[in-house]
Every structure is written in structure tokens, then in C-alpha cells.
Design a protein around this ligand. Structure first.
Ligand SMILES: *Cc1c(COP(=O)(O)O)cnc(C)c1O
Length: 305
């Protein structure tokens, strides 16, 4: 039986385009930089989240599960992607949201609700214990997806992103939260392609192990590096310098980025090039993992896009 829901029903690959970023710093080192614009694949479900959801969603459908439940914060890209994908697939969705319900819900949560997602608000303390929450709703028979989509299945779905990275690339760079997307890239790209992950969490020391846990023994032989000093103060921290950088990227390349992941990713890439991290003649692919809706936490007018 063919899959009922296929990624290609929603995502038209011709919309994925690869943007060249010319820059004097790059030219002087004979380095070429390209961005895989996964932010353009879909207006609501942009970027990596959809790729990570493909397999769990298909499994839920195959198992005739009628509800998918997952976790996230008020501006979570994963929450909105799950709400949209479930709605499209005709499955009910539940979002367990960190914090108390407020009267003026974030745009993200309003949109998730309008897509039919049932929101359950859990105080920050209790939210930490995901296992207890799942246990509490055990008799509902929901199909649980981890926060951020962290899972082997999520990584297998993210592996399909590598179809857009041909062998001429020597390096691939992505932003990492849970590391699931990076694990998928490690699975998918050729051995000669070095992968750099720019971590957006401060002091996420277990990340390497968490990524390795999603890889087979053979896949673990693929070398990858994690860089942890481009978090700008920590997850979701966005000092004025970061906003200025985002404005600059927009002016130079019409490249929109988000405050949590891709702005820090691109900052890191340019800084690493500047520091001579990548050898002469490198051809680098940066994964724009989308998530632009997260910028809705900013006041209107802060960003030019
Ligand atoms: C969630 C997210 C990431 C992090 O992906 P992981 O697979 O959790 O590492 C990166 N970029 C964007 C835009 C995201 O929304």
C-alpha cells in the first residue's frame, strides 16, 4: 500500500532552492558558500520539522492511532509543524505546552489551535518530567512524539534532506537543537563531507552523545564536529548585535533568518571562515532549517522581513 501521506503532497521540491552567498571574505579564501533554503518549502511548515515528522506520522496512520501528542514552548516550530501535519493527515493532535495558559496566546499557539490542536498547559516545573506527563495521559492511547522530534525516526526523516547536497560539497553546516537533523545529515551525506553543527543551547554537553544515540555503528564512523560558542547567551537569547546581523543578512542577500537558530548558524559560519576553520577551496552548504515563524515573538518592525 502506498503511503497515505507523503511529504511530496505538501512539499514541492522545485521550491527548494540553493542560494549562493558571495562575500569578499569567502572569495579571498577561495571558499564557496551556499544555503539550502528549506525555509521556502512551505508557508507554515517551513524547514526541518516536517522532515522529522514524516515517519512518526506515517507510523501513527499505519497503526490507526487517532491522536498524536507532543511537547513544546509558546513559539515552538515543532508545535506548529505537528499541528499542521496532523491536520493535513486527518489525525487529531495534542500539544503539551510549557507554562500556564495566558489570555493573549502567542501567534504560534493561536495558529496551532486553529489547526485543531488541543493545547494542554503544564507549569514549568511539572513540564520537565515528560515521562510523568505521558504516564498521566496513558489511558488515552495517544501516539507520543518527543519534544523537538528527537528520535531515530526523526533522524531517518531528516536524512532525506541530503538529497539536495551533491558530492561537490566538501562541508555541510547546520544549527542544532536536539541534534536530530544533524544526525539525519550524518546518515545521508557522503563520507568526504564534513559536518559542523552550531549548537544554539548554552552548555549542552550531552549533545554529542545524544546525536550518536541516533546513529548506527557504521554511521558513527562519519566524523562530525559540534561548535558551542555561537549561542549568543543561550537558547532564544537575541542581543541587539544578533538583530543587526539579521538585518545585514537581509540587506546583503535577501536572506531571512530566525532569532533562535539560523541567524546564529550563519553568524557562526562566517566567523569560522574568517578564523580559517575551513580550508581553501572548500564548498560549504549551510542548511537553512526554516523556523521563521519563531520571529513572531519580536515586536513588529524590529525586522525588515
Ligand atoms: C528545531 C529547529 C532546529 C533544530 O533541529 P534539531 O533537529 O532539533 O537539532 C534548527 N533550526 C530550526 C529553524 C528549527 O526550528
Amino acid at each position: 500500500m502506498p503511503p497515505i501521506i507523503s511529504i511530496m503532497n505538501f512539499i514541492t521540491p522545485h521550491k527548494v532552492f540553493i542560494q549562493h552567498l558571495p562575500h569578499p571574505t569567502l572569495a579571498s579564501r577561495q571558499i564557496e558558500l551556499y544555503v539550502l533554503r528549506l525555509d521556502l518549502i512551505h508557508p507554515v511548515v517551513s524547514g526541518n520539522k516536517w522532515f522529522k515528522l514524516q515517519i512518526p506520522l506515517q507510523k501513527a496512520i499505519d497503526a490507526k492511532t487517532d491522536t498524536i501528542a507532543t511537547f513544546g514552548g509558546a513559539y515552538s516550530n515543532h508545535i506548529i509543524a505537528t499541528a499542521f501535519a496532523c491536520n493535513a493527515a486527518g489525525i487529531k493532535s495534542v500539544g503539551v505546552i510549557r507554562g500556564e495558559r495566558v489570555s493573549n496566546l502567542s501567534q504560534t499557539l493561536q495558529q496551532a489551535e486553529s489547526l485543531g490542536m488541543q493545547l494542554l498547559f503544564i507549569g514549568r516545573e511539572a513540564y520537565r518530567n515528560k515521562a510523568a506527563i505521558q504516564q498521566h495521559y496513558n489511558d488515552q492511547h495517544w501516539h507520543w512524539v518527543n519534544e523537538g522530534g528527537y528520535s531515530v525516526e526523526g533522524a531517518e526523516g531528516a536524512k532525506t534532506i541530503s538529497q539536495w547536497i551533491d558530492n561537490s560539497f566538501t562541508h555541510v553546516v547546520c544549527a542544532t537543537g536536539t541534534g536530530t537533523t544533524m544526525a539525519g545529515l550524518i546518515k545521508g551525506v557522503a563520507l568526504h563531507q564534513t559536518i559542523t553543527g552550531i549548537s544554539v543551547l548554552k552548555g549542552h554537553h550531552s549533545l554529542r552523545n545524544e546525536i550518536s544515540a541516533l546513529l548506527s555503528n557504521t554511521e558513527q564512523q562519519h566524523s562530525f564536529e559540534l561548535i558551542d560558542h555561537y549561542h549568543f547567551g543561550g537558547y532564544a537569547k537575541h542581543p541587539p548585535g544578533l538583530i543587526t546581523w539579521m538585518q545585514e543578512l537581509w540587506q546583503l542577500y535577501q536572506l531571512p533568518t530566525d532569532i533562535i537558530y539560523t541567524s546564529k548558524l550563519l553568524y557562526g559560519v562566517f566567523d569560522l571562515v574568517q578564523q580559517g576553520h575551513y580550508p581553501k577551496n572548500s564548498k560549504i552548504m549551510v542548511i537553512h532549517s526554516g523556523g521563521l515563524q519563531g520571529n513572531s515573538s519580536l515586536l513588529p518592525g524590529v525586522l525588515p522581513f
